[in-house]
Each structure stands twice: as C-alpha cells, then as structure tokens.
Design a protein around this ligand. Sequence first.
Ligand code: ATP
Length: 362
Amino acid sequence: MATIELRQVEKKFGDVFAVKPLDLTIEDGEFVVLLGPSGCGKTTTLRMISGLEATTGGRILIDGKDVTWKHPSERDIAFVFQLFALYPHMSVRQNIEFTLEAQNVSSAERTQRVGDVAKLLEIEHLLNQRPGNLSGGDRQRVTLARALVRRPAAFLMDEPLGALDADFRHTMRAEIKRLHLAQHATTVYVTHDQIEAMAMSDRIVVMSAAEVQQVGTPHEVYHNPANLFVARFIGSPGMNLVAGKLVDGHLLLAGGHRYALPQPWQAHLAKLAGDDAILGFRPEAAKVSPDGALAAEVYANDLHGAYSVLHLSLDGENPETVVHVRADRFVHYPIGQPVRFDLNPALVRFFDPKTERALIAE
Ligand code: ATP
C-alpha cells in the first residue's frame, strides 16, 4: 500500500483555477474523502492523482516517488468509477480476471487471486454467472472485486454510489467500509454527500471554490469547523449561525437577547469587545427548558421520527433569526409558542464575520 503526497498541486483551465495550490498527505492505509459542492474541484484533484489529468503546477508523490509526469498505468492505482460497469458477455470470473491477463499474471496466480477476492467479498458462488443475472448489490461487489484483484497501491473512487437509491447506498457504504477495514488499502473517495463522508472516512478534505477549506477527522470538521463554509456545509441542518456584537462578556443578538459568554470564551474574546461575532451551535447543543437563558418562538416544527427539529425565531417572525434546535418528538410545539432554551457551553463556537474563520482554531 502507499502514501500519496500532493505538494502545491494545482490545476488551471485557461486562467481559471479548478484546483488552487493544494498540500495534502494521505497516509498509508488511510480512507480520505474529498467533500464539497458541485464544481469545487474534487474530481479534478482525483484525476490528477490518477494521472488522467495533467497538473499545471506542483508535484505528486506516491510512496515517496515523484509520479507527476507518469502515465496512469505506471502509478499502480485503481480508479473505481461507476460500480456497475461490467462486461455483460463475460462471466463474473472473466470480468474480475481480465485486468490480470493484461498484466501478464500467470494462470495459476490469476486463479488464486480471483479465489481470494471472491472469498473476501462473498461472491464465490457467482463466479460462473453473467453480470446480467446478478442483483445490484452483487454486481457492485463484483466491480469492487475487479478493482481489488489488481492489488493496487491505492484506490481512487469518484462518487461510486452516486447513481444508487438511498437504501442501497447505505448498504454499499457499509460494504466499502468493511472492505477498507479488512484490506487497509489507501483510498481517496470523492463525494458531495456529507453524510457519506462522515460515515466512511478517517479524514475529510472539505473543498469549496477550488480551495481546501479544512482537513480533519469527521469529529473535527463537525465540532470545530474552521470557517463558516464548513459550519454550514457539514451537518443536516448545518450549524446554527447567529450574528451579534460582543459587549461586556455578552453577545448581543437580534431581538435584544444577551447571551452570556461561557468560560473560557469570556477570556478568549475579551480583547474583541465591541466587535461583531457570530455564535455557532449545532441543533443538539441546545436544550429546550422553561428557565433557559435564551427566549424564542416556534417558527416551524419538523418531525424526524426519533426526535423533532424546532425552527425557533429569536426575533418575532424574522426568518433570518431562525435557529434549529432538537427537541422531544412527544412534546407538541405549536407555531408561535414562546419557548426558552439553553446552550451546552462546551459546544458553542464563535466566528469572525469579516474573515469568516473560527475565532479559535482547535
Ligand atoms: P462535481 O461534483 O460536479 O463533479 P467537482 O467538485 O468534482 O464537481 P470538478 O469536476 O473537479 O468539480 O470541476 C472543477 C471546476 O473545473 C469546475 O468549475 C469545472 O467546470 C471546471 N472544469 C473541469 N474540467 C474542465 C475542463 N476540461 N475544461 C474546463 N473547465 C473544466
């Protein structure tokens, strides 16, 4: 397996950056997800690692070797596109084996390796069938087997589950994760689905507008977003962001609320007194309680099965002051009802509205 290093790697189409200079080291055996909205440069980054796209600057190293100008076939990397791309006229065994024939692997070793991956993916009983006779899940396993049998140094996957329905995505997500845990193959996986990224990755590279916004574990990007983009993009709904002014150990919010800064924020933010700041908190950091420090009124109420998400307005019917708060699904909260809530002091965050960056990077 392999480490992958990107050093100031960039891609320009004409004068426009598709990927601004990017530094990233993917450790041996790591599962890294490139996450971001459409057009942010994820696929271009992956294609540069694979060699399908030439860089316009920087260097790419695989296991310490500079492969920047090497052909894709010389990089020992398997690129998994859509997981359904199998040859219908070949048996499952032939579909898995043919890449090895192209690599001049001996017949005995081919049989051995196909047997090994078929066992790992539990598709031994399907080897003599045609892909057309298989269920979607089995076809997906065959495609993975075909990538695995080559024993590449790393796997690159571009939205491999993109075309699947929600249930099946869920199942295949678990399959890919199990496979990764069994093989510890270095994997770079592109998706725009933050739930997929959170569920599968060791680390997430959050990208927007051709630039890396943050690199961190799922826990880090969720709890300590580096900037407002990450705070909004990660989570469903994203982090609540409420603008205010720092005054006297408090944040003055819309609607005249005074939110007393918890320790250690009082000390951290003391020198910013008089400045604007944005309070950030996740829906589960808030707790509805009759004597809560913040007052609001119910703007809307979504039932999520196990819990409900209240939309609470801090300032009458002004939708710009609406925050999302998790609440007990068994309690009925009619629209317009006044409620109070508290914030878990360990889970509040602050951002600078000018730079959009978190006020303390942790
Ligand atoms: P998606 O999820 O939609 O695939 P992405 O994050 O993978 O998006 P890229 O496909 O890497 O984004 O594209 C990044 C930017 O580069 C986009 O603005 C895209 O229009 C541009 N781009 C990509 N390929 C080319 C090309 N061959 N010529 C010109 N511009 C391109």
